[in-house]
Ligand binder design. Sequence first.
Ligand code: ZN
Length: 115
Amino acid sequence: MLKAQCRCRECQYITGGSPNMFIAMPIDGFSYTLGTPKQFKRSDLERPVTREFCADCGTHLVTRPQSFAGVIVKVGTLDDPSLFGSPKMAIYAIDKQPFHTIPDGLPTFERLPKR
Ligand SMILES: [Zn+2]
């Protein structure tokens, strides 16, 4: 559905400060082939996303938003992250840090593009 990079603060927490590269895919198009992830959802937000982690190593695997019928897969968790190619947009630029660079010509949105 979408290949992008996100700079929101929560993604920065997870990445260590960098933008987060992700692929959004239909819920039906995603499944785990082995094991069951642990889930985490913030209790202080009105519509928190559900984050899924490897129960053994803590790696953040996917996010399941309430506001979007898709699964957000973290590119770094793919067996071959090079299959990502490149992002098609940058979102949540409002949270961009001075040490972040956005590639020239990449469509950039303060938050999310209008649907
Ligand atoms: Zn984000």
